[in-house]
Design a binder for this molecule. Structure first.
Ligand code: SAM
Length: 293
C-alpha cells in the first residue's frame, strides 16, 4: 500500500468528488429520519495543504485554488456549500486545510445520523481515529473495505450512502474488483445509495468498466464524468468519474448543471468534457453474466 492521499488532496478530482458528495448528503438530510454514511476508503479525514506532501505536488492548484478564484455569479448551490465547508474547516483548524470525505460528511450530518469510516493503512487509520476521537457519531475501523463493507450493511438506519473511493493501485485496467464489490453490496442492501469514484485515464478501459457495470444488472445506475483533458491523452489522469446507484430524486439534473459549470473552471483545455448519463434505467433487467467478465 503505497498510496497516500495527502499528495493529491484538493486536486480537480477531489473537488468534483466532494461537490457531488455534498449534493448526495444534502438530499439525504432532507428527511428527518436518520441515515448512515459509510466511507469504505476514508483516508485521513482532513489534510494540511501547507504540509510537505501537498506542497511537493501542489495538486490543489488544479482544483481547490481554481474554484476559489471562480466568479460567484451563477455558482451552483452544491459548489457554494462545498466552499463554505472548506472555509469552516479552515476556521476550525486555523490555516490552509482541505476537508476529506469523512470531515465533509460529519460537517453535514445531523445529530441523529451516524458514520462508519474504513481505512486499511495502519498509520492513516490511526490518524483518522485521532482526528475524530471527539466525534461520537463516527466509528473508525482499520479494515479492508473488500470484506468490511458487506459485513457492515445493511445498517440499522436502513437509509444511507456508501462512498467507495479506492486508490486504484490494485483495481487497475477496467476496475473489476470494485464492480464485484458493488455487486455484492447491492445484493445485501439494494436500497442504499452508492457513490463509486473512479479515475479516467485510458477511455477504452472506461468503456469496458461501464459494460461490466451494466452486466451486474443493478438498476438505477448513473455515470458522471469530468475530463479536464481529452480522453486520448496518454500521459496521466485525464479526468474522473462517479457512478451513483439509486441517486436521489432530481440528482442527475442538478449534477449535470453543476458539472457543466465546473468544467471550464477546472480546465482551460478546449477538448475538456463532462457527462451525466444513465448506465441502467430504473427497471434494468438482470443481465446474464458473460464468460469473460
Ligand atoms: N475518501 C477519501 C477522501 O475523499 O477524502 C480519500 C481516500 S483515498 C483516495 C483512498 C484510501 O484508501 C487511502 O487512504 C488508502 O490507504 C485506503 N485503502 C487502500 N486500500 C484499502 C482497502 N482495501 N480498504 C480500505 N482502505 C483502503
Amino acid at each position: 500500500m503505497n498510496y497516500r492521499h495527502h499528495f493529491h488532496a484538493g486536486n480537480f478530482a477531489d473537488v468534483v468528488k466532494h461537490v457531488l458528495l455534498q449534493g448526495l448528503l444534502d438530499s439525504l438530510g432532507r428527511k428527518d429520519t436518520p441515515y448512515c454514511y459509510i466511507d469504505t476508503h476514508a483516508g485521513l479525514g482532513f489534510y494540511d495543504l501547507g504540509a510537505s506532501e501537498a506542497q511537493r505536488t501542489l495538486e490543489f492548484k488544479s482544483g481547490l485554488a481554481r474554484v476559489k478564484l471562480a466568479a460567484p455569479e451563477g455558482m451552483p448551490a452544491w459548489v457554494v456549500d462545498y466552499q463554505k465547508a472548506v472555509v469552516a474547516l479552515q476556521v476550525e483548524r486555523g490555516g490552509f486545510w482541505y476537508p476529506g470525505s469523512p470531515w465533509l460528511a460529519l460537517h453535514l450530518m445531523r445529530p441523529q445520523d451516524r458514520a462508519i469510516f474504513m481505512e486499511l493503512h495502519p498509520e492513516d487509520a490511526a490518524t483518522l481515529r485521532t482526528n475524530f476521537s471527539r466525534k461520537d457519531q463516527a466509528a473508525v475501523h482499520q479494515r479492508d473495505a473488500y470484506e468490511g463493507l458487506t459485513a457492515l450493511i445493511p445498517p440499522k438506519e436502513k437509509r444511507g450512502l456508501v462512498l467507495i473511493d479506492p486508490p486504484y493501485e490494485e483495481e487497475r485496467d477496467d476496475y473489476a474488483p470494485v464492480v464485484e464489490l458493488l455487486k455484492k453490496a447491492h445484493a445485501k442492501w439494494p436500497t442504499g445509495v452508492y457513490a463509486l469514484w473512479f479515475p479516467i485515464k485510458d477511455y477504452h478501459a472506461i468503456t469496458r468498466f461501464y459494460r461490466r457495470l451494466r452486466n451486474t444488472g443493478i438498476p438505477k445506475m448513473l455515470a458522471t464524468e469530468l475530463n479536464v483533458l481529452p480522453p486520448d491523452n496518454s500521459l496521466g489522469l485525464n479526468g474522473s468519474g462517479m457512478i451513483i446507484v439509486n441517486p436521489p430524486w432530481q440528482f442527475s439534473d442538478v449534477a449535470f448543471r453543476t458539472l457543466k459549470w465546473l468544467r471550464p473552471v477546472l480546465s482551460d483545455h478546449p477538448q475538456s468534457s463532462m457527462k451525466v448519463e444513465w448506465l441502467t434505467a430504473e427497471t434494468a433487467p438482470a443481465a446474464a453474466p458473460r464468460d469473460d467478465e
